[in-house]
Design a protein around this ligand. Structure first.
Ligand SMILES: Cc1cc2nc3c(=O)[nH]c(=O)nc-3n(C[C@H](O)[C@H](O)[C@H](O)COP(=O)(O)OP(=O)(O)OC[C@H]3O[C@@H](n4cnc5c(N)ncnc54)[C@H](O)[C@@H]3O)c2cc1C
Length: 310
């Protein structure tokens, strides 16, 4: 029994979601191999070989792998699939783009968004926005899995000494091509990898206030900024800051929810955070039900005071 983890990387380094996926793969039993398909991705392959618990890295080079196009990645994975009992992707935008194609091409069911490995064929996954846990058993010969990264600790990024094997990749499928990317630049930590998140809701009232009130606190804490969907829909914060059922799933050490009511769809994205702090002027707000520390106060007074006190 051997598992294959499809690495997420930028050709130079391995993205953190890969490390949690390696942990999930280790729990499936047997060896763990990692596929690094990219262009000029030697450094990423090298980094993958150092991940604790990985026994082999398969490095595939090609111009058509430079940007992780799902059509080419899926063809590459399917070409290697026979050797593997489990094929695991992080349940990120990229993983969720490739995994269903692989499952369909292999004619197996995809096991999505797992948070626990009960046995090599049995997995747990949240359903109904995290209100119930489904235990899913798969009888398929190859298990194609996406991993909710917050459900698994990150494997150590150093300490491993896997061999790196270079393989010829599949040819370009020609079905898609990379035109360009507009990537938001920020000095803040990436939301899903951040240890601390300061998140704002509709109560902030405007884009200007959202930034004016929350940024100094986030700066003091070295935190990423997040938002409720109401704040995103109102244009206070960009789309990729949304936390929740239809946004990002996060589980930082500290999540500070400011002017967020705690609707079930928001909780679905953050309730696994280690420590939750809520600031809300309504004592009945549901966010206080999950908060470890709650402050019933007007955020426009409390947040500047907190920032000044830090
Ligand atoms: C299918 C579906 C998917 C969804 N997905 C998501 C998702 O991914 N993420 C998400 O966040 N939502 C999601 N939602 C929306 C969700 O149901 C809520 O509408 C949303 O989370 C509310 O955002 P909010 O808490 O910022 O706003 P509100 O619910 O309006 O809450 C604002 C809070 O601020 C408090 N407040 C007001 N003024 C102050 C002040 N001056 N000081 C302190 N506190 C104050 C209020 O007491 C209130 O609790 C989804 C909904 C649906 C139907």
């Amino acid at each position: 029994m051997t598992s294959l983890v499809i690495a997420e990387h930028d050709n130079a380094s391995i993205r953190p979601a890969t490390l949690n996926t390696v942990t999930a793969a280790s729990q499936c039993g047997g060896d763990v191999h990692v596929l690094v398909a990219g262009k000029g991705a030697q450094a990423a392959a090298e980094a993958a070989s150092k991940i604790a618990g990985v026994s082999k890295v398969i490095h595939v080079e090609g111009e058509h792998f430079a940007h992780g196009l799902a059509e080419n990645m899926a063809a590459q994975v399917v070409g290697m699939a026979e050797a593997y009992s489990h094929i695991l992707f992080p349940a990120t935008a990229s993983g969720k783009n490739i995994a269903p194609r692989v499952a369909a091409l292999l004619d197996v069911g995809q096991i999505s968004d797992i948070t626990k490995v009960d046995a090599a064929d049995t997995f747990e996954r949240p359903i109904y926005a995290g209100n119930a846990i489904a235990i899913v058993q798969s009888l398929d010969a190859t298990k194609v899995i996406t991993v909710r990264t917050t459900g698994f600790d990150a494997a150590a990024s150093t300490g491993g000494s896997a061999s790196v094997e270079t393989l010829d990749g599949v040819t370009d499928s020609g079905k898609s091509s990379f035109l360009g990317a507009e990537i938001a630049k920020s000095d803040r930590p990436e939301l899903t990898a951040a240890k601390i998140i300061v998140s704002g809701g509709r109560a902030l009232g405007s884009n200007e206030k959202f930034h004016e009130v929350l940024e100094p606190l986030a700066d003091k804490l070295g935190a990423a900024l997040g938002a409720s969907r109401a704040a995103v829909d109102a244009g206070y914060a960009p789309n990729d800051w949304q936390v929740g059922q239809t946004g990002k799933i996060v589980a930082p050490q500290l999540y500070v929810a400011i002017g967020i009511s705690g609707a079930i769809q928001h909780l679905a994205g953050m309730k696994d955070s280690k420590v939750i702090v809520a600031i809300n002027k309504d004592a009945e707000a549901p966010i206080f039900g999950v908060a470890d520390y709650g402050l019933e106060a007007d955020l426009f007074n409390a947040v500047p005071e907190l920032t000044a006190a830090l």
